[in-house]
Structure formats: structure tokens, C-alpha cells
Design a protein around this ligand. Structure first.
Ligand code: ATP
Ligand code: MG
Length: 265
């Protein structure tokens, strides 16, 4: 199962991705969590300590690695001419750090924006990595993405089984749903699913449900506005470690069950 989590800035992508990864890990799956957001924060939602996190060099900022994997001997600078099929089979083993609940975290880092199809060494390395990832039945891949949908059309999500779009009550966040619909072919994922987050009462829930249904996107579930999730961020803890039974975590647990059902259907 390969899933990517996207949505507008601040809607709760990292919270949902990190908590889903922990819950799937607790179910006994081996999880490769990939942080594809330039301002990487997935480590904290996973419950990895800041001491460990601060030593991680994102793959796309690892010049030595890029040179080693992307350089074509004798062709000059790898930044201009580079391999299209770099070796990636060992990257997760070499660069991922261990987290709780069977999780390995790989920090991918920034992918430079460059029009619709970014042709740069770092993006090429990441895409090769995504293509390479073939998972066994006891493995899952969870990718936390940066805000917005601009990056979705560049092939980063190609080969994903599901794209989970997180939306909060509010027009700007919900407008992303129709953009995603328009981009659906470019995005090239198995299916698109929605999660409502920071839901404060039935009006919020109705607003999200209406838009999600109008776009014809299946709804995985709603996560309430949860003081404990906020507090976890203040304390620098994973929400699931602060209170595994807070209303928000209980809701994400149900979403995880729904997600597994989606894949069985
Ligand atoms: N259900 C919730 N209830 C209360 N607070 C929440 C909830 N979900 C997320 N938050 C809080 O909202 C803030 C943003 O969450 P998060 O970092 O997960 O969003 P994001 O979409 O990944 O943001 P970014 O676009 O910056 O990557 C955090 O402070 C988080 O603790
Ligand atoms: Mg985030």
C-alpha cells in the first residue's frame, strides 16, 4: 500500500500522515514514511526525537549523494547533464532513520520547482526512488507532501495507490478538491480519497461532506478539532503518544480501518 497525503497549508497533512503511519505500524506493517515537504516536520508527528531529526540530511540536499548517483562520468557537471536511471535500491536502507512502531523515516527534502515537468537531478532521483518502491504485502509507504497541489502534476505521486486529500472547513481549503479533480489524470494515482480535519460541529462536517461529495471523491472520515493534537505540537510530541485515545486519534484510527477496507474491496 502506497499512500500520499496532500492538501492546503496547515490543514493537518503531517498530523494525519504521521498518525496513520503509526497506526498502520501498530497493526504490524513495516512502514516507510517519506517526508517530501521542504520544511520537514513528519519526524515530530511520528514521535522521532529532535536529537535524531536534527542530524538527518534530506536526500535532495545531499550533494555527495547526488553527485555519486547522478553524475555521468566525463559529461561535466551533474547539475546539467545527469543520469535518468540512477541507482536507488539502497537509499531507504542507507538513509532512513528508525522510529517507533516499525517505522523508518526517509527525508526526501525539497524538489525544485521548474515548470510542469521539473528536470533536475534531485527530482529525477526522487522519482526514480518512487518508481523503484515495490512493497511486500506486509509493508506500507506513507508520504507527507508539501502544501498545495502544484507539485502533484510532476510525477511525484505516480505509482501511488491512493492520494489522501486533507481538507478543513473553509472555502480555500475545499477549493483544492476541485483542483485535484482537474489534475486527476496528471496525478496518476490509483484513487483519490478525502479526510476532513479540524471539524468543529455538524455545520463544519456538512460543509466538508457537501464539497467532497460534489467532487465525487470518496470520504474516508472526519477528524474533530482536538485540543490534545494541538497540545502535542506545543510539546513537540507525536499526538498519538500524548493521548492515544483523544477524539482526534480515535477518528484517525477509524480512518485507518476505512482505508484498509478500501484496499480490500
Ligand atoms: N484535528 C486537529 N485538531 C487540532 N489541531 C490540529 C488538528 N490537526 C492538526 N492540528 C494542528 O494544526 C497545525 C498544522 O498541522 P500540520 O502540521 O499537521 O498541518 P500540515 O498540513 O502538515 O501543515 P504544512 O502545510 O505546514 O505542512 C498543527 O499545530 C497541528 O497540531
Ligand atoms: Mg506538513
Amino acid at each position: 500500500m502506497k499512500i500520499a497525503v496532500a492538501g492546503k497549508g496547515g490543514v493537518g497533512k503531517t498530523t494525519v500522515a504521521g498518525t496513520l503511519a503509526r497506526l498502520l505500524g501498530q497493526d504490524g506493517l513495516s512502514i516507510l514514511a517519506v517526508d517530501a515537504d521542504p520544511s520537514s516536520t513528519l519526524w515530530s508527528a511520528l514521535g522521532i526525537s529532535s536529537e535524531v531529526a536534527k542530524n538527518i540530511v534530506p536526500l535532495t540536499e545531499n550533494d555527495e549523494l547526488l553527485k555519486e548517483r547522478m553524475e555521468i562520468s566525463g559529461a561535466g557537471s551533474y547539475k546539467e547533464v545527469f543520469k535518468l536511471n540512477p541507482q536507488v535500491d539502497d537509499l531507504s536502507q542507507k538513509f532512513a532513520v528508525e522510529g517507533p512502531d516499525n517505522i523508518s523515516l526517509l527525508v526526501a527534502g525539497t524538489v525544485e520547482m521548474g515548470g510542469s515537468g521539473c528536470m533536475c537531478p534531485s527530482a529525477t532521483l526522487l522519482k526514480a526512488l518512487m518508481r523503484f518502491l515495490v512493497l511486500g504485502s506486509d509493508e506500507a509507504f506513507v508520504m507527507d507532501m508539501d502544501a498545495g497541489v502544484e507539485n502533484l502534476g510532476r510525477g511525484t505521486t505516480t505509482g501511488m495507490d491512493a492520494l489522501i486529500v486533507v481538507a478543513e472547513p473553509g472555502r480555500r481549503s475545499l477549493n483544492i478538491l476541485s483542483k485535484i479533480r482537474q489534475l486527476a489524470q496528471d496525478i496518476n494515482v490509483g484513487r483519490i480519497l478525502a479526510v476532513g480535519n479540524k471539524v468543529d460541529g455538524p455545520e463544519d462536517e456538512a460543509m466538508i461532506r457537501e464539497r467532497v461529495e460534489a467532487e465525487g471523491i470518496p470520504m474516508l472520515g472526519m477528524v474533530p478539532l482536538d485540543e490534545s493534537i494541538k497540545a502535542a505540537d506545543r510539546k513537540g510530541m507525536a499526538p498519538i503518544d500524548l493521548d492515544p485515545n483523544s477524539p482526534g486519534i480515535v477518528a484517525i484510527r477509524k480512518i485507518k480501518t476505512r482505508l484498509l477496507e478500501e484496499f480490500r474491496e
